[in-house]
Design a protein around this ligand. Sequence first.
Ligand SMILES: [Zn+2]
Length: 251
Amino acid sequence: MFRQSLLWTSCLALLVAPAAGAQAQGKAASKPAASSFQKLGASVETRTFKNGLKVIVWPDHDIPNVALYNWFRVGSRNEYPGITGLSHFFEHMMFNGAKKFGPGEFDRVMEANGGSNNAFTSEDVTVYQDWFPRTALDIIFQLEADRLQHLAFNPKVIESERGVVYSERRSGVDNNNEGALAEQVQATAFVAHPYQFPVIGWPSDIESWRIEDLQRYFKTYYAPNNGTLIFTGAVTPAEIFALVEVSRIHI
Ligand SMILES: [Zn+2]
C-alpha cells in the first residue's frame, strides 16, 4: 500500500529508465573492479543508541540533497483478527498531525522547504521516506521528532481517516477484480499464518478498530528499538548521530 502510488510509479519509471540504458551499454563496457564496490560502502556508519534506535548513515556528497528512510519492523504479520489493517492505517495517521505540527502541516512544511515524501506498508515493514535539500535537515528532524514523540489521536481525525482507508479498500480490492483475487489467494494460501491478512485490512476490522487499539499499537511497534533511520546524501555520520541525540528524534 503506497501512500501516493501514482507518484511512486512515476518515480520508479524515472529510476528504471536510466538503469536499463546503463545495463545495455554495460555489455560492451568492462566490469567495474571489485574494489570500487568495496570503497562505495566503506563510508557507511551504523550506531545503535541507548534506547535501541538504530541509525545508518551513508554519506554521498555528489548533490546537496538527503534521503531519509524511516523503517519500522511492523506490518500486517503483526496483526490479528479485530485489528487487521492497523499497520497501514498508521501510514495515514503519521501525516495527520502531532503536537507542534497539526493536521496537514507535515506535508506543507516539508514542501515549503523543498522536500517531498512518501510511505508504504507491507506484510513485514512500514517505511516513511523523506527526500529534501540539505538545508532542510533541521526542520526535517523537527517534523519527524514531533510525530514520533507526540502523534495525535484525535477521534474526529481518526474517523475521517477511517473513511479514507475504507474507500482505498473499495477501489483497490472490492471494486477491483485483480485486487479481490489476490486477496483471496493470499488468504487461502496462508492458512495458519498472519500473511493471510490483507495489508489494507478486512472490512469489518477497518470499521471497528478503537482508539485504544491505535494507542497500544503505536506504543508497541513505534518504539525506538523497533525502528531504523537510514540517511544517505550530503551529510556526515557525526552530524547525524549528534542531531539524533540533540533532537531526541525518537525517545
Ligand atoms: Zn493507504
